[in-house]
Design a binder for this molecule. Structure first.
Ligand SMILES: O=C(O)CCC(=O)C(=O)O
Ligand SMILES: [Fe+2]
Length: 324
């Protein structure tokens, strides 16, 4: 995969998003992540058996089916056990987090950094706002007492709207990609082309699913679903409105979302550790050590544990009229 051609760069800036097909080599780039996460799931299953939360480790199923069964039997989603960032509240000394070497490798993927270099220049910071999303099939999802799905609902939002205002004027770019094909049926992303051209929009509390833009402010009729295959990547401007469709398939929809910004700009979640992914002027500042990366997250967790004040990440006042 070469770098972005002029039409691709133009589309990114003009429309606020760009899908690049067949960007990753699935076997070389994605399979190591899947293998790593099979280990994470296996250890989680065994821990839950020991804790008496589940009766069997469900070891004779593939990753998707095994995860669904473990969630259903324990009645919990376990999303944090797989994520490579910390949650936005209630961080504790033992909050689970997964910062394995296969994850670090994709953050540093050379061609991905080349594309970033095309878009934001050669001084590239790996922004710590980054997630794995394991979205269970809707008919087997975990629900709360009111019947609402506990995890995997992504309301319409701009990434700028769900991080601190200090990052409003940065050049942060979001990279989203599926580990398996993400079809309309299995809950791919949808975007509103050109919505990045307006400013940061109002966001309001959205059930238990964080913050979203109220329907009345959105031109939803212009939304475009973006089915993607394994190996494709989606690049998004920080103000592009997006959400994800429900997962009506029988398999977990599995994706990563990463972010990059020029070195020196605020990340929008300064309590979390990012790192210099590429620097042409100071290559000695680049982080190449997956162990040091994992340690940076463990240190952040220890620092933030039980410190409610350090964990205020949102700017929106739910009492505003627009949220009524
Ligand atoms: O994967 C999803 O459902 C949501 C992803 C998202 O909001 C993002 O990547 O910024
Ligand atoms: Fe987002």
């Amino acid at each position: 995969m070469e770098r972005l051609n002029p039409e691709q760069s133009f589309q990114f800036h003009d429309e606020g998003y760009l899908v690049v097909r067949d960007f990753f080599d699935p076997a070389a780039d994605l399979d190591p992540i899947i293998t790593e996460y099979e280990g994470v799931l296996d250890r989680l299953a065994r821990e839950l058996v020991v804790a008496g939360e589940i009766s069997s480790a469900h070891a004779n199923h593939d990753f998707s089916e095994r995860l669904i069964r473990i969630c259903q039997e324990s009645g919990r989603i376990h999303a944090q056990s797989f994520d490579f960032s910390l949650p936005q509240r209630s961080i504790q000394a033992d909050t689970p987090i997964w910062n394995g070497p296969a994850v670090f490798n994709i953050l540093r993927h050379p061609q991905l950094l080349d594309v970033m270099e095309d878009l934001i220049g050669p001084e590239i910071y790996s922004n710590p706002i980054q997630h794995v999303r394991l979205k269970l099939p809707e008919d087997r999802a975990i629900r709360d007492a009111e019947g609402k799905i506990v995890q995997g609902i992504t309301p319409w939002h701009q990434d700028n709207g769900v991080i601190q205002a200090e990052a409003d004027d940065t050049d942060m770019i979001t990279v989203w990609f599926p580990l398996w094909d993400a079809s309309i049926e299995s809950g791919c992303l949808e975007v509103i082309p050109r919505s990045h051209r307006a400013g940061v929009m109002d966001h309001c509390p959205f059930g238990g699913a964080g913050f979203g833009i109220p329907d009345k402010l959105l031109a939803k009729e212009r939304a475009v679903p973006l089915p993607m295959q394994r190996g494709d990547i989606l690049l998004m401007h920080r103000r592009t409105c997006h959400s994800s469709l429900p997962n009506r398939s029988n398999r977990v929809r599995w994706s990563f979302d990463l972010r990059y910004n020029p070195i020196g700009q605020p990340s929008g979640r300064s309590a979390f550790p990012g790192f210099v992914a590429r620097s042409r002027t100071h290559p000695e500042t680049e982080l190449h050590d997956p162990v040091a990366w994992a340690e940076s997250w463990q240190n952040a967790r220890a620092r933030l544990a039980d410190d409610a004040e350090a964990q205020t990440f949102n700017r929106w006042d739910a009492a505003r009229e627009v949220c009524a």
